[in-house]
Design a protein around this ligand. Sequence first.
Ligand SMILES: [Fe+2]
Ligand SMILES: [Fe+2]
Length: 187
Amino acid sequence: MSKPEISEAMIFECFAAAQQKESIEQTAASFVDVEEYENQIMYPEFARWAEKAGQPALATLFRKVAGEEKLHAVWLRELYQDMGQPARGEDTERAIDALKTIRANCDTLIEMNPDGVVEKALAVAISVEEREYQDIYPRFRDQALAEGNQQAADVYQRVVDSESQHADWFRHALDQFRTGMATPALA
Ligand SMILES: [Fe+2]
Ligand SMILES: [Fe+2]
């Protein structure tokens, strides 16, 4: 029987659209798109999986983080004027297509192994958040400081702090989830 595969790499690759550009404005434009993507697609999808897997508290957490990703997009958009909606890049289009494939496969997979799917979603969420608060946004903050743009540096730092909190929440949720899996509830 062919089993639909969902790898962490497959989901993680969805975020390849994020790139550091030559100027602060171009960098922010690239990341508004990523934050919107997390807000509109990735975390709502993870929430849907958690709901289907019978984990409403986790679904609520994914939706809460989704809402904060929207806030990040708003903050980044404020970094520069007259930006409008950034053009959707090829990478993001590819990411959306990948997610459509994931979604198509996922319902079957949830039926076979709901805990496995939810655990993978949490693991991916942690990877995404860690990459953002440990690597990407600190680099953008430092780039802004090097350009003497304190205001932009402050915004990037605010995003770093928020993504760091998201990673903490997801790590805690994954610990609890694994504990629950290892210790079946007493009837
Ligand atoms: Fe974010
Ligand atoms: Fe985040």
